[in-house]
Design a protein around this ligand. Structure first.
Ligand SMILES: [Ca+2]
Ligand SMILES: [Ca+2]
Length: 159
């Protein structure tokens, strides 16, 4: 399989995640970096660059990526962290494309957040995944997914 797949070394990738966004049993690959990002669709073991068609932010500098299903619809979504572009959420529309729902889920207030690291877990066990963000200044905060999977908010208190 590796003979069929090569990353362009002229691109400055920082990391990558596998995501079976089509729910077909094949893990596609999202590569992110400081200049550009690529989605490589896994077509039964062969990878195809579908970056432009995917609806994902191709030219947005990223510092991290989480694969999660924030709305529990069975389709894996992408939670993106960036410097300086802040946090963003892209919903898997189930038709091989993603939509920017950053404003829709209340994350626009965090567009200026420069994230250094992120983690996903359902910390309050309400059935919806939540996100912990470590900002570039070293501070961290939790984004609690509401019980409808429609918005993220910083809870008044966690501990
Ligand atoms: Ca989803
Ligand atoms: Ca939760």
């Amino acid at each position: 399989m590796t003979a069929d797949f090569r990353l362009d070394s002229s691109r400055k990738g920082l990391g990558a995640v596998f995501i079976d966004y089509e729910n077909r049993g094949f893990d596609s690959l999202f590569v992110w970096g400081t200049n550009e990002n690529q989605m490589y669709r896994n077509r039964a073991g062969r990878f195809e660059d579908v970056s432009e068609a995917s609806g994902l932010p191709v030219g947005r500098p990223l510092s991290g990526t989480l694969v999660l299903d924030y709305d529990n619809d069975g389709q894996l979504d992408l939670f993106l962290g960036g410097r300086p572009s802040g946090l963003a959420l892209y919903r898997n529309d189930g038709d091989d494309t993603f939509s920017d729902v950053t404003n829709e889920v209340g994350l626009s207030a965090h567009r200026g957040t420069r994230s250094r690291g992120m983690a996903a877990a359902d910390f309050d066990e309400d059935g919806f995944v939540d996100v912990l963000v470590i900002a570039s200044d070293g501070g961290g905060f939790l984004l609690a997914n509401d019980t409808a999977g429609t918005s993220f908010e910083v809870p008044a208190s966690v501990f």
